[in-house]
Design a protein around this ligand. Structure first.
Ligand SMILES: *[C@@H]1O[C@H](CO)[C@@H](O)[C@H](O)[C@H]1NC(C)=O
Length: 466
């Protein structure tokens, strides 16, 4: 689990809305959404049941903290991309002896590959920020030995080797453009980044807006962390507008990589999530917040809007976690990160199930199924919503890459030129584009779904279907 990101001291409230005239192309598949399969539990389903569960969803990737033979075998011929981890305790052995690395590959990869679609081996978890200098010094040599062992087995390039970092590798992350690595880690990171670049391997990080909210538990920070309508934050370094914490954290990592000359390096989010339950004294856990965070995150990734510094693509993201883990120590929240309960029911619906998909997927692991015919629906403001909320909704929706041209001067929906009318149009467009899920028509509980078509004259409100 990761640490927090320090919160900004300045929040600029924008009075005018930002119009991004960009063509929004939807992902044809959600193969960039993965989940973490944490197994600190004594009540998890059988591996076959887990594989069936995954195949009923659009989740295309699974990250295992250790190479569990039963689940690796069960994932055979499923197409699911698999990340397997080598434990921190294995690093000294892997670093000191190339034969140990070859043995690790022999035992944990060769028996399963290629039927089981192993794509990445992560050597260690959050080692750089573990405070264990000995382990840190052995990390890159261990990664090199594992890479060499893969190459010897003719798997170089097919299976990559990386390691997973907490956000604490950054000493500065706010504003995102100022992101930089902790100077005491730069020496090791410089060697690691050269290795990753040579092997065309992504930099893998665990951003948790949840922890950022805990360190700054104000309502506006919660909205920013949950991808809900908010005033946004302008990066004082480059003037870019951030509408959510996830993008801010990912871009801070991008800036840190850029500062060391690795602007082109791909970033993978190995963990992010939000707990659906917690102790009474914990700030932030709830079913509503977890559903908002994960649901809106998935919609954000699916939109391919990208981040302000990396527009037009989505980072591969592994949500933490597949199941609640009943044996995790610590506060209740630690045992409550699961998208699913061990009885295979959803903790809450984030729109991952294949049958709830609005757009057919074309990925090989997700056969095309026709979207069910559903009645047209529109998202409109509730009666009596305050202007400030309408403005925030308008700013937010138009800042998420939808085309707000129709409500600009000259557009078919410019008249009546009122805040209520413009906000309604933008909120509905946002709802339609993000998948017409109930949580896409929330806007801090200021919106509602209707079956009455709000279109008028030449101003057409998209209604979704038929
Ligand atoms: C293996 O997983 C990766 C990542 O999800 C995917 O791109 C690739 O198509 C998968 N390969 C097979 C053979 O299914």
């Amino acid at each position: 689990m990761a640490s927090s990101l320090s919160h900004p001291s300045i929040i600029i409230f924008l009075s005018r809305f930002l119009i991004i005239l960009s063509l929004l192309s939807f992902a044809e598949s959600q193969s960039f959404v993965g989940v973490n399969y944490g197994q600190v539990a004594d009540n998890l389903p059988a591996p076959e049941a887990t594989v069936r569960l995954l195949q009923s969803t659009t989740v295309g990737k699974l990250r295992l903290y250790a190479p569990d033979p039963a689940i690796l075998k069960a994932l055979g011929n499923s197409g699911v991309g698999i990340v397997i981890g080598a434990a921190n305790g294995e690093i000294p052995g892997l670093a000191s002896d190339p034969a140990a690395a070859a043995q690790w590959i022999n035992a944990n990869v060769l028996p399963y590959y290629p039927a089981s679609n192993i794509t990445l081996i992560t050597v260690g978890n959050e080692v750089m920020t573990s405070g264990d200098g000995n382990l840190v010094s052995k990390l890159v040599p261990a990664m090199r030995n594992v890479q060499t062992a893969l190459s010897s087995a003719s798997l170089g390039g097919k299976i990559k080797v990386s390691t997973v970092h907490s956000m604490a590798v950054l000493s500065q992350s706010d504003p995102p453009s100022s992101g930089s690595f902790n100077p005491t880690l730069v020496n090791t990171l410089t060697q690691m980044l050269a290795f990753l670049k040579d092997n065309k391997t992504p930099f893998t990080i665990n951003p948790y807006p949840y922890f950022a909210y805990q360190s700054d538990p104000r309502p506006e920070t919660l909205a920013f962390c949950l991808f809900q309508p908010n005033a946004g934050r302008v990066d004082s370094g480059n003037g870019k507008l951030y509408t959510n914490m996830f993008d801010a954290q990912v871009d801070a990592v991008h800036s840190a990589l850029s500062s060391l000359g690795y602007e082109e390096m791909e970033i993978v989010v190995a963990e992010t999530g939000w707990p659906s339950g917690g102790d009474p004294n914990e700030v932030g856990p709830s079913v509503e917040n977890a559903r908002s965070y994960n649901g809106n995150l998935i919609a954000h990734l699916k939109s391919l809007v990208g981040t302000p510094l990396m527009p037009g693509k989505s980072v591969d993201t592994y949500i933490f976690a597949l199941y609640d883990e009943n044996l995790k120590p610590g506060p209740t929240s630690e045992r409550s990160f699961g998208l699913f309960k061990p009885d295979l029911t959803m903790s809450y619906d984030v729109g991952l199930s294949k049958s709830s998909q609005q757009t057919p997927s074309t990925s090989p692991t997700a056969p095309v199924t026709p979207a069910p015919e559903t009645a047209s629906q529109w998202c409109v403001p509730k009666a009596g919503v305050a202007d400030a909320q309408l403005q925030a909704n308008l700013d937010y929706a138009c800042g998420q890459g939808i085309d707000c041209g129709a409500i600009q001067a000259g557009g078919a929906c410019f008249d009546p030129n009122t805040l209520a009318s413009h906000a309604a149009f933008a909120m509905n467009l946002y709802f339609q584009k993000l998948g017409r899920n109930p949580w896409n028509c929330d806007f801090s509980q200021s919106a509602t779904i209707t079956s009455q078509n709000p279109s008028y004259n030449a101003c057409i409100y998209p209604g979704g279907s038929t």
